[in-house]
Design a protein. Sequence first.
Length: 259
Amino acid sequence: MTGIARHTRVLLAVGLTAVFMTMTTAGAGAADESPDAFVARLRSALASGSRRTAAAMFRYPLRVHAPALPLPIPLEDAASTLRMYDLLFTPEMRCAIEMAQLPRSGKPLPKYPLVANGDALNLGQGLIVAERAAGQFKITRMTLIGLPSGHKPGIPVVVAAIDLRFKGMIRQVAGNLAGDGFDRYIVPVTKGTLLQLRLERFKGLDAVLRVTDRTGQPVDARADGKRSWASMVLPRPTTTWRSCARRRSATRRSPTCSR
């Protein structure tokens, strides 16, 4: 009986050790950050203007490749990232981050695919490479696209004239808006013209319309804060209206991206 009891105690010890090790491994895996969660965290930092949070998502030191420059840009620490933040996160780069998606079976390849392979993540075919360590992804490589916006508050990013005085004319323009930027379009129209404005290819109310006359006075309060608007031109035989596409809120700084 003594031998049997001793053997039983050994088996129980081994079994408990195996259970403990299995539970520990499962717990560690559950804490690992997913590729989607990493991208969501980066988007949130950029959209809220949390530059320090974004800078903390790099693994230092690293080198950033800029195709227009002969040598890579060194990032030694978070302070160097903060100094070059606008160069790193251009409107084009932020659009790539905003539009990144995991490829889906039977669907066209996304414009900026998000590919995960174990503890490595590739966004936009090498625009951003991140590696997971201690359960969290950190950016280890980056290839820049676009140029810093250089946007100044209160100054339109684009000012353009659109002539719609010929019956049935349709004009379409495209571009990116970052921060609280806005584009201004000047539209000469004649009395009796049905003018329709519509913003497309962005999420929700990330960008909205504002329609004013040449003095800057609102033409129709219903146009403010909307994605689309239509009205018959009633005032003078020939007038000029200004249509602005602008960021809805200065507190949300993600770009408006063409998809």
